[in-house]
Write a protein that binds this ligand. Sequence first.
Ligand SMILES: NC(=O)c1ccc[n+]([C@@H]2O[C@H](COP(=O)([O-])OP(=O)(O)OC[C@H]3O[C@@H](n4cnc5c(N)ncnc54)[C@H](OP(=O)(O)O)[C@@H]3O)[C@@H](O)[C@H]2O)c1
Length: 532
Amino acid sequence: MKTGATDPLAVARAPGFRAALRAFARERLPGAMVPGRIEVGGRFPDGLTGTAYAAPTGPVEARLVGIWQDVLGVHRVGVADDFFDLGGTSLTAAALLDRVRDECGVEIGPHELYAGPVIAELARLVGEEAVPSDRSRGIDPDALAAEALLPDDVRPGRVAEPVAPFRNVVLTGATGFVGAFLLRDVLDRSDADVHVVVRAGDRDGAVNRVRKNLAAYGLWRRADARRLVGIPADLSRPYLGLDRPAYEELARRADLVLHSGAGTSAVLSYRQLKTTNVLGTLEVLRLACRGRVKPVHYVSSLEVFPDALGVRPFGEAEPPDVDGVISGRAQTKWVADRLVAQAGRRGLPVAIHRPGQVVGGRATGACPPELFLCAWLKGCIQLGSAPELDLFVDAVPVDFVAASIARIALSGTGLGRAHHLPGAPPVRWAELVDLLSDSGYRVSRKPYGEWRRDLRVAVEAGAENALLPFLPLLGEEGPAPDLPLRRVGHPFEADRAGGSETAPPVGVSELISSCLDYLVAIGNLEPPMAAG
Ligand SMILES: NC(=O)c1ccc[n+]([C@@H]2O[C@H](COP(=O)([O-])OP(=O)(O)OC[C@H]3O[C@@H](n4cnc5c(N)ncnc54)[C@H](OP(=O)(O)O)[C@@H]3O)[C@@H](O)[C@H]2O)c1
């Protein structure tokens, strides 16, 4: 820019400086990347982006920091950092806005991000409603029961006995954790083509997202590409967001439906998750009823059983009670579970699979780092302390869950009932803290209140901590009941005679240990002191 001055601050004070700089940027950058606002600082900044680090000040900002870190692959993000200075592009911007929509339930347009690409600004647009308080995440039991009434149009026509082998399997959720392993298993156990229902712009985009996800877990095989059919779709939209011909084609070709897709955030409310988890499941049931009737295997969750009801095990034949299911996510799973069961009573061949808390597979421990238990343990390691909690932790390995669902579904059996996949017997939280110490991590034990205070102080001072996205769930009195930490250690019953698998012979601590090894191997977690 030609101003004749050499002092940068004098240049910045010159009349028309901002307009000239914007015109300069407009000549060289794509329109979307031209900055909407230009600020002049009096000193060189000190943060990662050149901006002084500013810590999140509330749960919405904390949530957005977590999303930015994931999307950008950057560890330390301040609320004043510019998205594009951190390496954001138009593609990552689209991914960011998708995540904000899914996890905060608020639609923000690209122009709004470009006009103010900092977390503080986005948090204002998202609003406090986006991270609901404990009380507002769920709805009351009467309202919940009323949500679980199957609409009249979900009704199968003439039902023929499902006959294996199935040739065209529809799978939702293949870009997720369980979905990746389920897809691997289906591909390995059958010769079927798999129609992957994925949020994407087109068919290739859908297959590419699935390929990348499988590759990330070491599950992709070159030959898989020819057996995958990409279905760019959205569970939260009528007819899955497909146009009429694509919907009819899918309904005509499919002969088996595996429904694993769902919004899985623990901090969102029932209302925020309903479109994907409840209405999306209805769309899947409608697809199964359309034309030739197709069996549906629904991936539910053991969280549909309330935690506080006592110490007796819950059997597979027992319908889960509405009372006591309080978290937004568990409530959506409860409603969808009940809708699937009702579709079954109307003659649709359905099976409900209810895993416990799913963790990394037995062979590699591979799991998403943001998985609740991984994030929780990593956060304790980062803080150097863990809370004393009288709670239980369950865990079931993802490969076991996937194998069990795929085996039952592909054999055409197990219909008309629920299958529990509780995994190993739950252990006390204290046992996992011991595991951290035994592995060589320096982690002291503190009363919950003191630990929570330390965590908040550390995060507000800008310390990196994997527990950041869960801060809204760490109440003053204890962790919110939405978190998969159980108050009672009773196992759920799986009925082997009915075809359900038995618990794998691997304990919770052993499973968690391999997840931590995996996080170290992928560079997500510092190795313990003992390992050097
Ligand atoms: N993980 C556990 O501990 C656990 C325990 C019990 C039950 N389950 C159940 O197992 C299933 C899979 O869980 P997960 O751990 O694999 O979750 P995940 O990793 O979060 O995967 C969720 C999947 O659902 C897809 N999805 C979300 N919203 C969608 C939409 N509107 N349209 C199309 N696809 C959408 C996601 O696609 P994107 O990639 O586009 O987001 C992703 O593929 C869920 O039903 C969950 O409730 C999980």
